[in-house]
Design a binder for this molecule. Structure first.
Ligand code: BG6
Length: 479
């Protein structure tokens, strides 16, 4: 694996004044800096349209920097100052080749002997291709052979199969495949990375990880806030495109795939894509969509989706969706995979639940719970893996009850769990693409949802209303 950790490097963030840059990318770079994971000689360059000097940019960044790894107050303040000293701002238009040329000139002046370049395209989908074209035409990505130049691109990768293919096609004319890192930040989460270890480094699960023993699988994402501040973007996409097609579909692939030949990017992607291609396209009868509605609770008013000024009155955008998927292969035939995601629900969490079938005949059927085996994998918060099983209630009677074998990350492991973006940015620097999306994975997951996305729109299907802060609309499934 290439590291080039010792080489000078420039981290160029396009869309530097956006939320992602402020709240995730710059804090992640700072944490890597605190952990001595950045090269000794590096600069961070924010690029955006607004005009601002370096000082104003630094003042903006500092608001979101935290010393997550336990530095004392003085160390923390010093580290922040040192980090901020290396942060610069360059204002420009995204579709202007000249503006990227002038940035290139500055970088070349600062690094006459060359430097690695990491571009992070944290910009709205509407200007994506235009920006990529100007970046490409400016020559800013051309570096000497001993350095690398890589580009990270963020979802949404299109709106359906066709637009996604078009987007990838346009970008492939500008960036080489091996320098492109398509990010899905869920793949950088600790528990998600652990799925392959759980499945393939433990002998116990593999023999029962199939239709013979598993009743259903549920993958659930809930958030307890609405789309406040992001409605402009969200209304064009909806929760199926925003969360289900990518984050949850990736989890499904990792839960369902066969063991890869090797633990490397290609082999993992090959198996994920096979699993995704075994999922037939969804039909409307397997889908429930919802939209949150205003409610007043204990004197507090919670807004409905339509109360947001950026949401058109007739918007039928899904803020909640429940999908029932099948996987038509030998391992999974007949096992439903329930995927659900929603905004403005009663909790914030992401969980995977593997429900095992009951024993074929229970001699204990009169004594209480026997249908109890389940594996609950809590992705966030309170990361944990919990195995649920039947146990005799201690005492002179014969009663069974469900108990939990619970492994909480915070109890078991010392130290802070890295943020997904820290892991992923580090992987880009190391040239490790195993936690990034390959083209054909994206196509396979778009193929699953594209027909219903079109049908929901063409038939103008009204989402079921659900109160802000509730469990979401009824979907008639066990999970
Ligand atoms: C993003 C979605 O990809 O993931 C957001 O666009 C969502 O709508 C977010 O809130 C959730 O990420 P996390 O890491 O907070 O679970």
């Amino acid at each position: 694996m290439e590291t080039h950790q010792g080489q000078p490097s420039c981290f160029i963030i396009l869309g530097a004044s956006g939320d992602l840059a402020k709240k995730k990318l710059l804090p992640a770079l700072f944490s890597l800096y605190c952990n001595k994971m950045l090269p000794e000689d590096f600069v961070v360059i924010g690029f955006a349209r607004s005009s601002m000097d370096h000082k104003a940019f630094r003042n903006r960044i500092v608001e979101n920097l935290t010393c997550r790894y336990g530095e004392n107050e003085q160390d923390c303040a010093e580290k922040m100052d040192q980090f901020l000293d290396r942060c610069y701002y360059h204002s420009g238009q995204y579709d202007s080749t000249e503006d990227f040329e002038s940035l290139n000139k500055k970088i070349n002046e600062q690094y006459p002997d060359g430097a690695n370049r990491l571009f992070y395209m944290s910009i709205p989908p509407s200007i994506f291709v235009k920006t990529a074209k100007s970046v490409g035409a400016s020559g800013i990505m051309t570096v000497e052979e001993k350095f690398w130049s890589r580009v990270v691109i963020e979802k949404p990768f299109g709106e359906d199969t066709e637009s996604s293919e078009k987007l990838l096609e346009s970008l492939s004319k500008i960036f080489k495949e091996e320098q492109t890192y398509r990010i899905d930040h869920y793949l950088g989460k600790e528990v998600i990375q652990n799925l392959l270890i759980l499945r393939f480094a433990n002998r116990i699960f593999e023999p029962i990880w199939n239709q013979e023993h598993i009743q259903y699988v549920s993958i659930k994402f809930t958030e307890d806030i609405g789309v406040e501040g992001r409605a402009g973007y969200f209304d064009q996409y909806g929760i199926i495109r925003d969360v289900l097609q990518n984050h949850l579909m990736q989890i499904l692939a990792l839960v369902a795939m066969e063991q890869p030949v090797k633990f490397d990017a290609e082999s993992i992607a090959d198996e994920k894509v096979k699993a995704l291609r075994s999922v037939p396209a969804l039909t409307l009868d397997k889908v429930t969509v919802g939209q949150y509605a205003a409610i007043e609770k204990n004197g507090i008013k919670y807004p409905g989706y339509h109360d947001d000024p950026e949401v058109p009155d007739d918007s039928i955008t899904d803020t909640y969706a429940h999908l029932q998927l099948a996987i038509n292969n030998k391992r999974w035939y007949g096992v439903p995979f329930y995927l659900s995601a929603g905004k403005a629900l009663n909790d914030r969490k992401t969980e995977i639940f593997i429900k095992f079938k009951d024993v074929p005949y229970s001699i204990f059927h009169e004594t209480g719970k026997t249908n109890t085996n389940g594996l609950l994998i809590r992705v966030q918060p309170n990361e944990s893996i919990e195995f649920q099983m039947a146990n005799k209630v201690p005492g002179l009677g014969m009663n069974l009850e469900k108990v939990k074998l619970d492994m909480l990350y915070h109890d078991e492991f010392d130290g802070v769990l890295p943020e997904a973006y820290e892991r992923l940015l580090l992987d880009v620097m190391r040239g490790d693409r195993s936690l990034f999306l390959q083209k054909y994975e994206l196509q396979a997951s778009w193929d699953i949802v594209t027909p219903i996305l079109h049908e929901l729109q063409e038939k103008n299907i009204q989402p079921k209303p659900y109160p802000y802060g509730s469990e979401g609309p009824d979907h008639g499934c066990p999970a």
